[in-house]
Design a protein around this ligand. Structure first.
Ligand SMILES: C[S@@+](CC[C@H](N)C(=O)[O-])C[C@H]1O[C@@H](n2cnc3c(N)ncnc32)[C@H](O)[C@@H]1O
Length: 377
């Protein structure tokens, strides 16, 4: 009898393996031996995918992986390139809206003269704590969302005077790697995912209360997950028996429910991304920060944004394009001078991606895109 076309999740379930994490992943033959009708090509493909995901999990949780990527450290992406694009006046006042572990901030400080200044922000209290080793009178940091950068600049008396603003958006490696922060589907921890754990709702709280439609919306809109409805149904069915409190528990439910695993990518990746973006309001934060940055910059000031997925990059690209073109929605044929178009930005080149060497050294940089623009005089 031919095995029906099953995704790897269902396949593992049929193997009586509802919790594949505990399985000896190297032992393919044991897995195959448990398949009663192991005789179709589709089954083989699905099995291959299943084994590749299990191997990937095993690699991530092995002590070797810890050595390759030391825990809770962040490798800055496009470090020199971003600072080159940002700093053009060594006496200027700059703002780093995403301090993280300060990789970019430290290089900016090196490029500034004694008259220069650097203001920094991060919403994560651990990032603020990490800044305590910078003892430099030119440097100042605040724990705040970057959507509030205009308020911060006003308080400091530098609104409209900033020579450059850097946003390296997304999450830092310490946030992803520390299981206690609840971002990781590989290392178990409380299901939180907030960059500032004192604000808003955690993922566990959201999943406990949200409707199936809302969960599906988050998976689809922010995670671009094709099987959003199916995964949301699985989440709601399971939470009826037991609430979700831990990351790996959720990842396992998503894994079993996902019908189409991709090689080398955990089937919970997109759903986790969606939840993270949602609970941190990442896209709304970015939109507000871009508008605020345009006002807070001095004429001639530089805006540099590094983003890590297409949802963010599309917004940055659209924002820059809109302000490069100016008010193009005037009726056709209306005579208008260029200076009446209210063009506020000049784009500086196209999106810049990390080099092959950088991606080899830091695989997390692979999806990064940097865009830069200058505010017109
Ligand atoms: C990619 S890391 C930045 C790394 C930093 N450039 C470095 O070299 O160490 C992103 C940082 O931005 C912070 N962040 C993300 N969204 C934020 C927001 N809306 N407001 C403030 N900080 C935010 C995160 O907490 C994280 O520390």
């Amino acid at each position: 009898m031919a095995w029906p076309a099953l995704g790897p999740g269902r396949l593992l379930e049929r193997c009586g393996n509802a919790a594949p994490r505990g399985m000896a992943v190297h032992d393919r033959t044991r897995l195959i031996g448990r398949l009663p009708h192991f005789n179709t090509r589709a089954c083989l493909h699905a099995l291959n995918d299943a084994v590749s995901i299990l191997l990937c999990e095993k690699k991530m949780s092995s002590p070797d992986a810890e050595q390759v990527a030391p825990r809770f450290r962040h490798t800055s992406v496009l470090l020199e390139g971003a600072v080159d694009a940002l700093v053009h006046d060594d006496q200027g006042i700059y703002l780093d809206g995403t301090f993280g572990r300060g990789g970019h901030s430290r290089v900016i400080l090196e490029r500034l003269s004694e008259q220069g200044q650097l203001l920094a922000m991060d919403r994560d209290p651990q990032a603020i704590a990490a800044a305590s080793d910078i003892n430099d009178p030119r440097f100042q940091i605040t724990q705040r969302e970057f959507a509030q950068l205009a308020e911060f600049a006003r308080e400091q008396g530098v609104f409209g005077k900033l020579a450059g603003i850097l946003l390296d958006v997304g999450v830092s490696s310490p946030q992803l790697d520390d299981p206690e922060r609840g971002f990781s589907f590989m290392r178990d921890g409380p299901l939180d995912m907030r960059m500032d754990p004192t604000q808003g709702q955690s993922v566990a709280e959201f999943l406990a209360r949200a409707s199936e439609a809302d969960i599906a919306y988050v998976f689809k809109t922010y995670g671009e997950e094709r099987y959003a409805k199916r995964l949301a149904r699985a989440v709601v069915t399971r939470r009826g028996e037991k609430p979700f409190t831990h990351t790996v528990d959720l990842a396992d439910v998503l894994k079993v429910a996902h019908p189409a695993w991709e090689k080398g990518r955990h089937p919970a990746t997109k759903a986790f991304q969606g939840l993270r973006i949602f609970v941190n309001s990442e896209l709304e934060q970015l939109d507000s920060a871009l508008d605020a940055a345009l006002e807070a910059l001095a004429p001639g000031g530089h805006l540099v944004v590094i983003s890590f997925h297409s949802l963010e990059d599309r917004r940055v690209k659209r924002f820059i394009r809109h302000h490069v073109r100016g008010d193009t929605d005037l009726p056709r044929g209306v005579p208008i001078r260029d200076d009446q178009l209210n063009r506020r930005l000049e784009a500086l080149g196209k999106g810049v991606r990390p080099s092959e060497q950088e991606v080899d050294a830091n695989p997390r940089s692979r999806s990064a895109v940097m865009r830069a623009a200058r505010k017109r005089m």
